[in-house]
Design a binder for this molecule. Structure first.
Ligand code: NAD
Length: 733
């Protein structure tokens, strides 16, 4: 037999080795072709008398299989035609087909092992779980997990049924709901990997098992099998009652996949495997059809994949090898940038005004690598190598030979101009100058540059080592070549770049500002602070607006307001929020987390708590939140951000719906279940969104009034992905 995606060999002992190797890909995924060939392979194992046992392994150095091909899944879902009932049936058949073949595999009567040299994720792990014996290489890069819930799905190839039967409901629920993978030794300790061997030895170990007296049955097909923490066991009570409670606390029911995972576990675990797999397939289809899953697959999988391949990169510019970068300003941000660069193997010069300040910046990297070494995530040798790449200095001579400069000094135009001139004097003609300003327009900053075409905004998020987004901002004169080089840099340091045009606050800071502003507006109306904070979390935001204002500093909000007042003069329209901010900052000196008092108190020995004095400042008028009001508050929180996003499109700051969505989710954790700020509007429907915003404007103020672009799009029946869509949009639409 020959297959397109598997190599087949039979040895003298009757052991058939199927080597999974999808042509032209660096990693195996379950493509349509693979799904067609798997049943043929199972049939061959079952019926060929020469085959005594079989091994599944991979021909890719990267690992066994990374799961389903979500790109194909998106387009096949879109291609379905016929009545709703036909579509549902077709979706079930297609989803159940992999379950059917894996069930046939584990019950074919012959022993099958899986030799895992590298990672197995999602559908890849689910194939492995349907074999009788799993051997993994002790390779630090190996990971085994079911990450489907991270893109709004559930494992649909038996993962929700086989994993709990192997490791207990509680452990499986944690693994599936959180989607976090396990290392080989952890997987063995949990009980879903049988044996861990040295890299390169898995095939030999699998053969050894097959030559012993291997069992060709799964534990759950044996008489008397019991699931650990099943529904009617004491542990099961904890797993289901506690699990549901934790789930609601963490996700507020915003993610249908999570609820469906719990249902799959509860219902599936009580019936034999064949019925359990049908239950899983039904929930899988139900989940796939939710708007949340569609939006999350598009944003968190397809768009992320495109951006990480440089989707915004102008064509025709040769790849820019960034080997040396000078970071000017070794403060909070500069220190983080130097660390991520060094981790990616980039020589990093860290400049500050004193050597102590520069060294302090390097200390940040020292602490982070020390922590990694202590946790066994990094060898001392690698840690030393990373630190050796960071050179603290006060001398601009060290900038010489840099491919790029990242300026991260104080948010002050004059200081930034001075730094630009001094650094540029040392740079070669092709080098790029990037400013990490969070608010100052790039075109203005580029006036200090001799080569404004090479000048670009490179906006990191804090903490730099944890936040995956970089917002690249084009000044009026930034060249395409500079953008391409900046994208090459961002990808090299393993971050995701979005690209926007220049404006005060760019895209991300502007929209975050409206979130905080709406929270303050709600506070000024007398809505109880705890309600505001909790509603924001129920809307899917990672933190409440008052908490976020404490983080970014209330005196900064005050300074921005004062500046705006000055700039606008008589045209400035005072708001109900102004006196609150004024009192917090000028009278009470409550600046936020940075001085230990803001809308929250920060006791040295405990968790932060809402400051009880807020209600003296603004007497509480709303201290209950019935469901209708809650729904309206949630809309206020999310829609104000989506409206500002629409304005960014209207002003040409944003160019693609993809960048808006990814920027919002990675930048400030905007409700991921919506797919992001642009997907939110498309999900509601532009027409309906306009109508609902009009109603909010009547009740809460002109800031909710939809602008011309939204009205035009509503009239034409357009969507953001239709009008501003990238390739991902076309694929998943
Ligand atoms: P910071 O105050 O922690 O660090 C600034 C550093 O620049 C200090 O170490 C200071 O000594 C140094 N510096 C000042 N003048 C200098 C000069 N002439 N030459 C060399 N070094 C000089 O500030 P930060 O929070 O790291 O912010 C730096 C920049 O990054 C600002 O433009 C800020 O707007 C931007 N930014 C900050 C954040 C954030 O969350 N803090 C996020 C994104 C962008």
């Amino acid at each position: 037999m020959t297959y397109e995606n598997f190599k087949y060999e039979l040895d003298d002992d009757g052991i058939a080795v199927f080597t999974f190797d999808v042509p032209g890909r660096s990693m195996n995924t379950i493509t349509a072709g693979v799904s067609r060939e798997l049943p043929m392979i199972v049939e061959q194992i079952k019926t060929d008398p020469a085959i005594k046992g079989a091994i599944l392994t991979s021909g890719k150095p990267t690992g066994f299989c990374a799961g389903a091909d979500l790109g194909e899944m998106g387009s096949s879902a879109a291609a379905q035609q016929g009545s709703a009932e036909d579509r549902l049936k077709a979706a079930f058949d297609s989803s159940y087909s992999l379950n059917r073949v894996l069930r046939a595999m584990e019950t074919c009567g012959k022993p099958i092992a899986c030799a895992l040299e590298g990672l197995a994720l999602g559908g890849g792990l689910e194939i492995a779980l349907a074999t009788h014996y799993r051997v993994a290489a002790d390779n630090p890069k190996s990971q085994f997990g079911l990450p489907e819930s991270k893109v709004g799905l559930l494992p649909g190839a038996g993962g929700t049924q086989r994993l709990p039967r192997l490791i207990g409901v509680q452990n499986a629920a944690m693994m599936i709901l959180q989607g976090e993978p396990k290392k080989p030794q952890e997987a063995k300790a949990l009980g879903f990997i049988h044996e861990v061997v040295e890299p390169g030895e898995t095939l030999r170990a699998a053969k050894k098992w097959l030559k012993g007296s291997p069992k060709a049955t799964q534990p759950w097909d044996e008489k008397g099998f019991r699931v650990k923490d099943g529904p009617y066991s004491p542990g099961g009570g904890m797993a289901f009652v506690g699990g549901n409670a934790v789930l609601m606390k963490q996700s507020y029911g915003n993610y249908p996949a999570q609820r469906h995972i719990m249902s799959c576990l509860y219902e599936g675990i009580q019936v034999p495997m064949d019925a359990a797999l049908r239950i899983e397939s039904r929930y899988f289809v139900k989940t796939l059809q939710t708007p949340q899953a569609r939006a999350m697959i598009r944003s968190l999988f397809l768009s992320m994949q495109e951006l990480s391949k440089g989707a915004n990169r102008p064509q025709g510019v040769a790849k820019y090898e960034v080997k040396k970068v000078a970071v000017v300003g070794a403060g909070f941000m500069g220190a983080g940038v130097a660390y991520v660069q060094a981790m990616a193997g980039v020589e990093s010069i860290l400049i500050d005004t004193t050597i102590e300040a520069a060294e302090k910046g390097k200390d940040y990297a020292r602490k982070l690598v020390e922590k990694r070494v202590a946790r066994g995530q990094m060898t001392q040798e690698r840690a030393d190598g990373v630190l050796a790449l960071i050179k603290p200095t006060t001398s601009y001579d060290d900038v010489k030979g840099s491919d790029l400069v990242i300026e991260a000094v104080f948010e002050n135009r004059e200081i930034k101009a001075e730094v630009t001139r001094r650094a540029e004097a040392q740079l070669g003609p092709d080098a790029v100058f990037g400013s990490n300003t969070s608010t100052l327009p790039i075109t203005g900053l580029a006036e200090a540059s001799e080569r404004p075409a090479n000048f670009i905004g490179v906006h990191f998020f804090s903490p730099v080592d944890k936040m995956g987004l970089v917002e690249l901002i084009l000044g009026k004169q930034t060249s395409e070549e500079t953008l391409a080089k900046a994208i090459d840099y961002v990808l090299k340091i393993k971050k995701t770049p979005i690209v926007v045009n220049d404006s005060r606050g760019f895209y991300t800071s502007r929209v975050v500002g409206t979130f905080i502003g709406e929270g303050l507006a709600m506070l000024s109306e007398g809505i109880k602070p705890a309600i505001i904070e909790n509603i924001a979390k129920q809307a899917g935001m990672p933190v409440g607006p008052l908490s976020l204002n404490d983080e970014v500093a209330i005196d900064l909000s005050w300074k921005i307001r004062e500046q705006t007042k000055k700039d606008l003069g008589a045209a400035y329209k005072p708001t109900a929020v102004d006196p609150i901010i004024e009192k917090m900052v000028v009278e009470l000196q409550r600046f936020g987390r940075k001085n230990g008092k803001g809308f929250y108190d920060y006791p040295a020995d405990g968790k932060k708590k809402l400051w009880p004095g807020i209600t003296d400042l603004v007497p509480t008028k709303v201290d209950e939140c019935p469901p209708a009001l809650k729904a309206e508050f949630i809309k206020r929180i999310l829609y104000i951000q989506a409206l500002e996003t629409a304005k960014c499109f209207e002003e040409g700051v944003l160019m693609t719906a993809r960048d808006a969505d990814i920027g919002s989710i990675l930048g400030w954790g905007f409700a991921p279940y919506t797919g992001g700020t642009a997907s939110l509007i498309d999900g509601v429907g532009v027409q309906a969104f306009v109508e609902q915003c009009e109603a909010l404007a009547e009740k809460y103020g002109e800031r909710f009034r939809p602008t011309a672009l939204l009205k035009e799009m509503a009239a034409k029946g357009e969507t953001f992905y239709g009008r501003f869509g990238g390739a991902a949009a076309k694929k998943a639409a």
